[in-house]
Design a protein around this ligand. Structure first.
Ligand code: ATP
Length: 282
């Protein structure tokens, strides 16, 4: 778990501009990075309030993970400032969190764009699966919008690489996103590619409902009972194609091995998208 020295950035190259939001470790800022070639790059800067060794190490875990990815729909790590206060520098997504973007622009969305977002995220997740990473926190709040046609997966603070000896990840205590989680994750804290698949279908549901909260009226503690009884999130809207809701329900199979993998999900989304584009032309 080492960070390549290519990623070390001198603090003097960084200018903070304004506050974007609050992360788990500290504030996140929008800023500019001046490269050696005198180029200016828009960046997001994550800060870490606590400066003890343990917190800093956990904070930097996200950078260790992100440096291994190179995908058009995954937020790229640009670098880190390793002297205290430690900073994590990432590619900036100009339009912020997907969930708030959907809520703020409810009137302006067409179905095709929503399915394109799903397809882009499926390609990012198929890539993660090929690299043997489980994300563990797939939700619209962890997707960022770069422009109206492009979303990117972010927030790798919880993601873990699965190895041959560890074909699943056993999470320790901590706040978990219950409403998004597969039953085996809730019951046994078991996280695999197939539990990511379940979470992704909840994320599709959030996208197609334009930012509704899953199981809105049910307290966290009762969500698992509903799932055990076979209850699933409802059809997001009248415009949601049946083929897409069928795909979501396949991803919500109680038995993990009955769920499709991300390669199959990406293929099915491509075909749903093609059908929708045809419908528009007819
Ligand atoms: P949490 O675990 O609570 O989600 P976190 O530590 O993972 O927090 P983020 O959610 O990634 O922190 O970041 C906090 C906020 O900063 C986000 O809500 C988002 O609005 C903004 N943000 C983070 N990264 C970027 C980015 N690359 N581009 C634009 N905005 C960003």
């Amino acid at each position: 778990d080492l960070l390549s020295s290519d990623y070390y950035i001198d603090r003097k190259q960084i200018q903070m501009i304004d506050l974007l939001g609050n992360g788990q470790f500290g504030e996140v800022y929008r800023g500019i990075l001046k490269t050696n070639q005198k180029l200016e790059v828009n960046i997001a800067i994550k800060t870490c309030k606590m400066q003890d060794a343990t917190t800093t190490e956990t904070f930097l875990d996200e950078a260790y993970v992100m440096q291994q990815f190179d995908h058009p729909h995954i937020i790229k790590l640009i670098g880190v400032c390793i002297e205290q206060p430690v900073l994590l520098i990432m590619e900036l997504s100009r339009l912020g969190e997907l969930r708030s973007y959907l809520v703020a622009n409810r009137a302006d969305f067409d179905l095709i764009t929503l399915i394109i977002y799903c397809e882009q995220l499926a390609s990012a997740l198929a890539y993660l699966e090929s690299k043997k990473f489980v994300h563990r926190d797939i939700a619209a709040r962890n997707v960022l919008v770069s422009n109206h046609e492009c979303v990117k997966l972010a927030d790798f603070g919880l993601s873990r690489r699965l190895t041959l000896e560890n074909s699943y990840y056993k999470a320790s205590k901590g706040k978990l996103p219950i409403r998004w989680m597969a039953p085996e994750s809730i019951n046994f804290r078991r996280f695999t590619h197939l539990s990511d698949v379940w979470m992704f279908a909840v994320c599709i549901w959030e996208i197609l409902t334009m930012g509704k909260k899953p199981f809105q009226s049910i307290p966290n503690a009762d969500v698992i009972d509903q799932i055990e009884k076979g209850i699933r999130l409802p059809l997001p809207s009248v415009c949601c194609p049946k083929s897409l809701y069928d795909l979501m329900n396949d991803c919500w199979s109680y038995e993990p091995t009955s769920r499709p993998n991300f390669i199959e999900i990406e293929e099915r989304l491509k075909s749903i998208l093609k059908d929708e584009k045809m419908n528009i032309r007819l």
